[in-house]
Design a protein around this ligand. Sequence first.
Ligand code: AMP
Ligand code: ZN
Length: 457
Amino acid sequence: MKLFNTATQKLETVPQDHGLTLYTCGPTVYNAPTIGNWRTYIVDDLLVRALRANNLKVTRALNYTDVGHLTSDADTGEDKLQQQAKLEHKKSDQIAAATIAIFETGYRALNLIKPDHVLRATALVPDMIIFIQQLEAKGFVYQTSDGVYFDTSKFATYGQLARLNLAGSKEGARVEKNPEKKNSSDFALWKFSQPNSHRDMEWDSPWGKGFPGWHIECSTMATKLFGHTIDIHTGGIDNLTTHHQNELAQTEALTGQPFVRIWLHIEHLLVEGKRMGKSEGNGLTLTDLTAKGFDPLDLRYLVLLTHYRQKQNFTWEALQAARVARLRMIEKANHTNDDPADKDFIDKLTEIVSEDLDYPQAIAELHLYIKEAKPGLAATIRRADELLFGVINQSKRPKAESTIPEAVLALNKQRDQARADGMYEEADRLRQQIKEAGFEVIDQAQGSIIKQTDAQV
Ligand code: AMP
Ligand code: ZN
């Protein structure tokens, strides 16, 4: 299985000699995730499915950023949770809890496989403090009047991951400059609470009361769970230049070992050609989609259609087309047929997605296969979906032995009762109703059974 590694800009083989570890930067839980955020988590899920289809065991972690993510990536501005709490006259913790509930509902609706470890940043603050103390002991840290900073000039390869041109990068083009920072790329590990501004999330630390910087939570959580080196680290492309660059610097400064074997970055979803984001205020959410009658899985299907390293443009027309294609897949998958799934075709699909997650190609192949209408088509679609695509909510699919709708079963129960009571006219009337629904009643010694009249392939 091959993935494109942002760090080396090459396709690389995923290590096969041990169980894999996968870390995904989770959402900042201050308001409902946008469909852009969901693109990133859907691709993450597609990655997990492709790894599993290759018989690779993967252990995953996802964090919830519930503190420390400021409105500006240059460590200025307000904490996003704190800001939202003020706006809604609530506590940050209430905002986090409500947003996590929305996220987890969306996660289920999108058929995303739950990671093995899911932790909130606020649950890790003591570990973060220890991490920073160790960095301090190694001489990578200095203090200013507003916080504790990582000195990027002490980390020789700083900027390499994102290919930053540090000589040319100037802090302060769009954000307020911090004159106490030694280098513009230095970043906060710990920020002090300001005496005049009330925070509802703050902790004591060896440096003073305050709260952790954003990047330190991921380094702390990843190393706590998985040790010095993780196999795959994913996140949206906007994380590359600051967040991931900083995660890498502080972790490698501490451990002296490579932090990540393969960095996988997911390109952005645009809406009607425009950049979207919570901060831009044009963020469509799953609720916006369901309000128009779409299923969240229509979005999942749409995401499948564009390779993760390409920008994807969301339009309502594209979502509508995705819905139609998905329904076609469901219709074929629901046909009753005992023929087994076509293993060779499933292997072919697995091979396709194993080449840097080429899901657009795989789904195209599936639709060509559907046109061929071979025996075992329904089982093949179901198996492909369960293994790789996840666009059919299989828990909603009628079970093979009871493809008879509940309503028809209820009618038949009434009919059995009518017969038992000697009300034969009523029983015939019910038989007629069942027939109109496309089913046939066959009376047997042990009771009646129901068969579909127009048995489908
Ligand atoms: P946030 O909640 O802002 O921390 O973002 C959660 C995840 O969504 C991160 O991995 C971001 O990189 C990713 N993300 C943000 N905006 C988009 C977008 N428009 N398209 C795809 N991923 C995005
Ligand atoms: Zn992160």
